[in-house]
Design a protein around this ligand. Sequence first.
Ligand code: AMP
Length: 540
Amino acid sequence: MLGLMQDYPLLVHTILDHGALNHGERELVTRSVEGPIRRTTLAEIRERALRVAKALHKEGIKQGDRVATMAWNTERHMEAWFGIMGHGAVCHTLNPRLFAEQLDYIVNHAEDRIIFVDTTFLPIMEALKDRFASVEKYIVLTDSDHMPATSLPNVVAYEDWIAAVDADYRWQKLDENSAAALCYTSGTTGNPKGVLYSHRSNVLHGLMVNQPDVFGLRSEDSVLAIVPMFHANAWALTFAVPASGAKMVMPGAGMDGKSIYELLENEKVSCTAAVPTVWLGLLQYLEQTGKKLPYLNRVVVGGAACPPMMIRKFELDFDVEVIHGWGMTEMSPVGTTGKMKHATSVLDRESQLKLKEKQGRTPFLVEMKTVNDEGEDLPRDGKTSGHLLVKGPCVSSGYFKLDEPVLTADGWFNTGDIATIDPLGFMQITDRDKDVIKSGGEWISSIEVENVAVGCPGVAEAAVIGLPHPKWSERPLLIIVKEADAELDDQSVLAYLDGKIAKWWMPDDVVFVEEIPHTATGKIQKMELRSRFSDFEFSS
Ligand code: AMP
């Protein structure tokens, strides 16, 4: 028997309808790419998003067509997002940090018809325009006064483009499972793969991150969304903020400590989210200026492991709660957050701070487990590490235009991360499965050794890779970039590690290099390191 409740599809633009109707006066503040701070409201965003949808219709964009954006977090980007999705087209966010060959591949693979682009990224588009076979038009996210000269064909300033239509328009009637957005992963091997979000998954994800033990947004909040819309959906903040009626603050291109601080202070920001690198910049600025963070009460740190020092600085020096999060593009992207829970309230502060170093626990709508190489479930004992698998309505079931199956026979998605899960449900990443070092039948966590090694005075960056070993199958090699003028040798580094990691985890050798290679999204390219050191012979 079916229930007798309304068939009410979960559509992304209904979030904006709700926000505009019930919190229409709520501000959205942007540090514009042109420079000055711009202020608008949720009601205006909706009105202009409807004009985007109408203008797209005029351009002949149909349901399911891909329309791309390469833009900072700004109110115009937000209008374009909702306009594209509300029109039934697929909003394809392009990450400007990807390499030219990757962007070439991605735009052609997605068959983007229109690209919205910030002035900052015009040179990228100009360099690639002749390779973009499907692109018919470029819309520059600015007004005619700020429109630079450009060699792009069929190009128009955004403000002129939407000025040509009014907002007398309706969102498309869509199935909630229709594709809404597309984001390619920047994997370290092979071509990037397209993660295709649906209206339903985006709405559910927006609601999921609004749960009190995740970001817990309320209408009183002022939220600085630093994490980019072009990489993993700004961690769903573009949906969660208008759904809650909170104030939205967007940093544009200003990611340095001073610019971030100004927004935190002037806009009385209570909650914000970014990767650790951004927070390092802010913490340095605070240290140099002696400034405090009187309004901020929680900071979400994710995308890479949050260094223990950062947790302590925010919590102890600035009285700001750290919410350590983990996730991935394929998970929309949030998978876990490390909020304390009832059972951890009995722990002393030190133990709680230590627990925050873990990547956290799943909210409702994410399932998670670890398995061994044979696919058998592993215990939640906080010690046994294994392949981390996930499931849920906001987790990918495949990649765009790729036929290969990505789920296990019983429907789990393999994250490629290696982790432990403790009895309270807190997960800790110990490695990527391609990077874990298999020595004598046991696993050595390259990440843990790196984390300890970067604490060694004089070490600027550290990477650990496994190299073949005749007896142990693999052994760790520690690769180090020294700080300028640091006096370090392999023996002093090994002496520092001694006692801080298990004896059998000790690297067999230490080498010093000028630079460690990174992917476009800042991850260490271990494959590249493994191939560079493939002829290396351990000295012992
Ligand atoms: P991406 O899809 O580019 O966002 O990358 C996702 C990957 O980033 C995950 O599978 C993890 O390997 C890594 N990652 C994300 N958040 C964290 C975190 N808090 N700690 C450690 N690794 C993380």
